[in-house]
Design a protein around this ligand. Structure first.
Ligand code: PEP
Length: 250
């Protein structure tokens, strides 16, 4: 099965011209890397143009955030119907950088449900800020899972992608070890199975946090994950191409 690699461009690049160039180069790299499928999450302002930019095969697009209401007085926000109309098929929900700005577990839960309701795919981000030897991070992650999935029915749980991104490993010097990720993957699956039964066994879990071309294949091989969420390494075409090729050879 192909690994899923999500490119989170965050608030980059500065211009549409650069965004189209990076998108085209990402597409070329994703076609060359046979064992990976790629999703690009650009700033929302570029979604519609990128969807129209390429001919032939497309690299699916994700929004980086949405509001859970379909319309209303929410200055500066973007709705799910709007991102769907701009041809995004995925939505990143609950990214650590949104949570750091005040997004709550409850809001994340509403967003996950609203994205599913619109028949888009949520990439639901979880991850603790710090780790202690006492293992409190497991309690923290379990609560994020409970709240984030509280409105998700068994019929829809299979459509949720979970991206585990420990906050301390985002924008860091190195990723978490594949061994620790493996432990966390088992924990996440167990938590989902507790609520949804065997349906939880096939849940898609991604790892995110400072992945590069060297760490990507190791994480895919030993981390018990179905893919990766990549930030900084996805906004430079050469760096991301190297990562995709390395990931494809895991
Ligand atoms: C992210 O923002 O989701 C992320 C994983 O960032 P980075 O790869 O830069 O750590």
């Amino acid at each position: 099965m192909k690994s899923l690699i999500v490119a989170n461009w965050k608030m980059n690049p500065a211009t549409l011209k650069e965004a189209i160039k990076l998108y085209e180069e990402t597409k070329k790299a994703s076609l060359a890397a046979k064992n990976v499928s790629v999703v690009v999450a650009p700033p929302a302002i570029f979604l519609r143009d990128l969807a129209a930019a390429t001919r032939g095969a497309k690299v699916p697009l994700a929004a980086q955030n949405v509001h859970f209401e379909n319309a209303g007085s929410y200055t500066g926000d973007i709705s799910i119907p709007q991102v769907a109309d701009a041809k995004a098929a995925y939505v990143i929900v609950g990214h650590a950088e949104r949570r750091a700005l005040g997004e709550t577990n409850e809001e994340v839960g509403k967003k996950v449900a609203a994205v599913l309701e619109a028949k888009l795919t949520p990439i639901f981000c979880i991850g603790e800020k710090t780790r202690t030897p006492a293992g409190e991070h497991f309690v923290f992650v379990k609560e994020q899972l409970r709240a984030g999935l509280q409105h998700v029915s068994p019929a829809k749980i299979g459509k949720v992608i979970i991206a585990y991104e420990p906050v301390w490993a985002i924008g860091a010097a190195q990723p978490m070890s594949p061994r620790d990720m493996h432990e966390m993957s088992i924990f996440i699956r167990k938590a989902i199975v507790e609520k949804y039964g065997d349906l939880g066994m096939n849940i898609t879990v991604l790892y995110g946090g400072s992945v590069d071309a060297a760490s990507a294949p190791l994480m895919l091989r030993d981390g018990d994950v179905k893919g990766l969420l990549v930030g900084r390494a996805s906004v430079d075409a050469k760096t991301f191409t190297e990562l995709l090729i390395a990931a494809s050879k895991k």
